[in-house]
Design a protein around this ligand. Structure first.
Ligand code: ADP
Ligand code: ASP
Ligand code: MG
Length: 415
């Protein structure tokens, strides 16, 4: 009997009508003779509210209590969906992370999944029941509740699919697949029938939140067949596959943006060996991740250093750099949270030159100044002022020939 994991995100369970809609979709797969396990997120907006309550009380709150609070969103939706399923005559029961258990490490707020014991859920499915599992949460070695980082229900679903040896993991969301870029920003974005693990991983890591980065990593490692599909329409979605299963190899297959970064510049840092180490060492110790880095050519024995950190880490980064001012000997510290990182991703970049120059030209034609650049094997990222987000994404989408038909024409085409 085929076994599938179906995951529904926040917008898909945003109210009771949508939960009923989800129950109907689950019933359909169950009636078709599949063994089905469901993973759900909190109702949309709920997690944001819960996070805000913690932060408003204390920006430096105890992360264990943060998890106790934010994990509750999913507890509501599992119960509600189980009720909706039972009402349709489908035997169902809710499961919290600790009840399964989904064991994680103790990195509260961004815990890693260590292991999942699938036996209770398998027994439940074999009895014809549908287990409804709370996404986003697990249990630490000391028994306390953990959460897996924002967007973590995708990871719960993929990890569960691996543990249950499911044939498929279907990620139901509010778009009908993975597009060449966020269709909410570029209406002419095109849906991809397939995307490679590598590209999806890179796109997710630079901001395309349609799948959480770690969920793609897990799918790649555990060989889980993941599909992104619409919760609202019956249409084929996007399959995440190995590179050799992709027929149409685009040089650039996607564009993503992230508004989660902030730029930090240190002016007139003494230009001597070891300065980068003494700068980034303390940041790493304070758990501040540094992403893009540029060091200008030194003049008169000093240099400027610019780098980006996660915007939520900016206060901590400042604290660390202020404290190290004496030993680093820089002149001044400037920060700018009004930046956005725009990235183009494609496996074709391995074999084609000129991808970066197309990007720089397209941006300069729109008068957009590039502040920082970074590249990897299949990605080029630039940092620009926040106000250019839409303009830059659209310009690049056109420059790489990714534009599909106008949405009106698209609708007519699809009938
Ligand atoms: P869920 O609540 O179902 O997990 P998310 O909001 O986390 O949904 O992810 C879906 C959203 O991802 C879409 O609404 C879309 O705005 C955004 N998105 C960003 N980049 C892409 C892309 N390349 N393709 C599709 N959606 C994207
Ligand atoms: N509810 C969690 C969040 O909003 C997890 C998820 O939706 O994937 O981040
Ligand atoms: Mg999500």
């Amino acid at each position: 009997m085929p076994r599938i994991v179906m995951k529904f995100g926040g917008t898909s369970v945003a109210d009771l009508d949508r939960i009923r809609n989800v129950a109907n979709r689950v019933k359909r797969e169950h009636d078709a003779g599949n063994e089905v396990a469901v993973v759900v997120s909190a109702m949309s907006g709920t997690t944001n509210q819960l996070v805000k309550w913690c932060t408003d009380l204390d920006p430096l709150h105890d992360p264990r209590e943060y998890d106790a609070v934010v994990a509750t969103g999913e507890q509501v939706t599992i119960g509600l969906l189980a009720i909706a399923l039972q009402k349709l005559g489908v035997p169902a029961r809710s499961w919290q992370g600790w009840q399964i258990p989904i064991r994680t490490d103790d990195a509260h707020g961004k815990a890693r999944v260590d292991s999942i014991d699938g036996s209770a859920l398998i027994a439940s499915m074999q009895k014809g029941e549908v287990p409804v599992v709370a996404g986003f949460q697990g249990v630490a070695p000391d028994g306390r509740v953990t959460t897996l980082g924002r967007g973590g229900s995708d990871l719960s679903a993929v990890a569960l699919a691996a543990a249950l040896k499911a044939d498929r993991c279907d990620i139901y969301t509010d778009v009908d697949g993975v597009y060449t870029t966020d269709p909410r920003i570029v209406p002419r974005a095109r849906k991809l029938d397939r995307i490679s693990f590598e590209e999806m991983l890179e796109l997710a890591s630079v901001g395309a939140k349609v799948l959480q980065t770690r969920s793609v990593e897990m799918a790649l490692k555990q060989r889980v067949r993941v599909q992104v599909v619409s919760s609202f329409e019956d249409k084929p979605g996007t399959l995440v596959v190995d590179e050799d299963e992709i027929v149409e190899k685009l040089i650039v297959s996607g564009i993503a943006y992230s508004a989660d970064d902030a730029k930090v510049t240190l002016r007139r840092v003494p230009d001597r060996p070891g300065v980068a180490a003494s700068l980034f060492g303390p940041l790493a110790e304070a758990n501040v991740n540094v992403d893009m880095i540029v060091q200008n050519i030194g003049a008169d024995g000093t240099t400027d250093m610019t780098f980006t950190v996660n915007r939520t880490d900016l206060p901590r980064a400042k604290e660390v750099l202020d404290a190290a001012k004496g030993s680093l000997g820089y002149e001044s510290l400037q920060t700018d949270p009004n930046v956005v990182k725009i990235s183009v991703v494609g496996i074709g970049m391995r074999s084609h030159a000129g991808v970066a120059s197309t990007m720089f030209r397209a941006l300069s034609e729109k008068g957009i100044n590039i502040q920082v650049i970074s590249t990897s094997e299949i990605k080029v990222s630039v940092l620009v002022a926040s106000e250019y987000k839409e303009l830059a994404v659209r310009a690049l989408h056109t420059a790489y020939g990714l534009d599909g038909p106008e949405p009106a024409a698209k609708a007519a085409e699809e009938g």
